[in-house]
Write a protein that binds this ligand. Structure first.
Ligand code: 13P
Length: 284
């Protein structure tokens, strides 16, 4: 099966009240663990690579690895750029076959975010590529992107309505109290704000920084209209914990397949858990 535009995956999720995982790939083991889990769960899937991951893996490797993985599967899969901030990288992703890109202009004032996002939408839509944007600033750290807690700000429903109308984006990442990476305290999600935004924008909303959010809160957010849930840290943690455990127990181990393979299995198990919570099982 070929890659599909993320908009198609999200439109169905929005209509049928579930969410699809935007799961980050950091290397081949992540890609395989994630896609094998989604395949077994018969779930649609959004594979995403950040600018940092593309730099680490290489653009050709990302695209060719994903194409090889997608060829083997029947589930709908989108390849999405996570937190694109650099115009050249975004265009490079579009040219190289990504079926979706995120432009994160959340650090800019509203007018400038609208103007820049509009330019990306024009280029992406002309070749059938989906665009996700962000409004409000999500705190925490993701790759090189770091937003201090004091600079994080929640999405304003009025601004969200204006932003979507003026830019024509396909999905919007909103800031309602989640943070990227490991949480310092207990996350408090602003469900009232989510309800207001969804009432005004009857279209796909995205929740970033979902790794440390309690299961019941993720389920509540999904039932209230979140259709894409991003997870990266939780997979990094289980992969590394498994490898650490194996190397600690067997210091003489040197064959990477003997620890990366179990690391990949740990990611696969965690992805399956997340898919169940999001309600995307058997929706492919
Ligand atoms: P976590 O790393 O906190 O899971 O967040 C992932 C994310 O939002 C990617 O955009």
């Amino acid at each position: 099966m070929d890659l599909v535009p993320m908009a198609d995956i999200l439109k169905k999720a929005d209509k049928e009240y579930y969410a699809v995982g935007g799961f980050n790939i950091n290397n081949m083991e992540f890609l395989q663990g994630i896609i094998w889990a989604a395949e077994e769960a018969k779930s649609p899937l959004i594979l995403q690579a950040s600018e940092g991951a593309i730099k680490y893996i290489g653009m050709d490797y990302v695209v060719n690895m994903v194409e090889a993985a997608v060829k083997e599967t029947e589930i709908p899969v989108a390849l999405h750029l996570d937190h694109g901030s650099n115009y050249d990288v975004i265009m490079d992703c579009i040219r190289n076959g990504f079926s979706s890109v995120m432009f994160d202009g959340s650090k800019y004032p509203l007018k400038q975010n609208i103007r820049l996002t509009k330019e990306i939408v024009k280029a992406a839509h002309s070749v059938g590529v989906t665009v996700e944007a962000e409004l409000g600033q999500i705190g925490g750290a993701e790759d090189d992107l770091e937003v201090d807690e004091k600079d994080a700000s929640f999405t304003e429903p009025d601004e969200a309505e204006e932003f979507v109308k003026k830019t024509g984006v396909d999905a919007l990442a909103i800031a309602i109290g989640t943070a990227h990476g490991v949480y310092k305290g207990k996350p408090e999600l602003d469900f009232k704000r989510l309800k207001e935004i969804k009432a005004r924008l009857d279209f796909p909303l995205v929740l970033h920084g979902a790794s440390g959010v309690p299961k019941k809160d993720v389920i509540r957010a999904v039932t209230m209209g979140i259709n894409k849930v991003n997870v990266n840290t939780a997979f990094q943690q289980v992969f590394t914990a498994k490898i650490r455990e194996l190397l600690d127990n067997e210091p003489e181990l040197y064959d990477p397949r003997k620890y990366c393979g179990p690391g990949r299995d740990a990611i696969k198990a965690k992805v399956k858990e997340k898919i169940k919570v999001l309600g995307s099982e058997n929706r492919a």
